[in-house]
Design a protein around this ligand. Sequence first.
Ligand code: FA5
Length: 339
Amino acid sequence: MTAVPLDSFRAELERLRADAESALSAATDDTAIEVARVEFLGARSGRLKAIQKSLGGLAGADKPAGGKQFNEAKNAITASFEAARNRVLSSSGLQSESAIDVTLPGSPVRLGHLHPLTRTIRRVQEIMGRLGFESVDGPEVEDQWHNFEALAIPAEHPARDPLDNFYLAVARGADPLLLRSQTSTVQIRVMENRDPPLRIVSLGRVYRPDTADATHYPMFHQVEGLLVEPGITMAHLKSVLRLFASSFLGGDVHVRFRPSFFPFTEPSVEVDMEWGGRWVEMGGAGMVDPAVLEAVGYDPDTVSGFAFGLGVERIAARRYGVDDIRDFYRNDVRFLRQF
Ligand code: FA5
């Protein structure tokens, strides 16, 4: 068998080297580099491996020179391969594999949390639940019957004034709907559908065209409580409110009743709470008016009940030491992060 001439062996190596360099310099991603690696440097069927096998065909005297040329070509192709790999890594944002130091501590992920008003609502539901009050919902768009009439607020009552409510545009002649101005609507909806005894609590949004200030907002939340059973008195009302206030605010909270008027309760009171040396009005309450019990088909001679409605923003402000309820709605994370 005639020996392979050293010149043609070298020419073959040069061609391979040129092919490898052009394939690697054209590679723009990991996949292209891997394809080139397998073609040129592959351990089993790579083109370099094939040339290595032909080394054995050189004449004995040419073998040392051929081996040297083979090693030079192999080192050059391996270096081009490394260079191409680093180029692709750095263009994908990673300078090189060593740029990721897995021993460094990770950057902390900041966890969000519930809005203080949502937390207040859940806490109120939980405390009232322990006192046996079931949580119920009612619609925010209401009709005149549930927002006013069934609550003994007749057509001529100033509380129905268009300037004091958000009425919705409706077809001519139809009874206008409105965004509910109080959660007392839910009292009616529940009593219409259930028989006594009942204990419910309802938390939700209400709407009034009030000018926003430190204690008012045009959209706010109320918590409505209603208990109807035989033999209920104002003493039960005060006990429940005291228990609630002490659990919610913590410590010994004093509850004060001031005589007031609501068309749907008789007698009616304003509820103030004293905590940390300050009295704050939290809401209204009273014994459900017999006219309201009759409007929903209950017999006022066999059952009586109390109802209360508290402002959620006011009790949340008290609980968290917030001076201005508008802060709850500014969406300023520096404020919200504190809770
Ligand atoms: C009522 O809304 C009655 N429905 C409460 C009631 C329920 C009485 C059951 C009797 C029986 P009043 O309008 O006072 O009452 O509102 C109750 C509470 O809502 C207020 O004491 C206050 O805490 C809160 N509140 C009223 N207006 C606003 C407002 N614009 N922004 C924030 N909170 C308000």
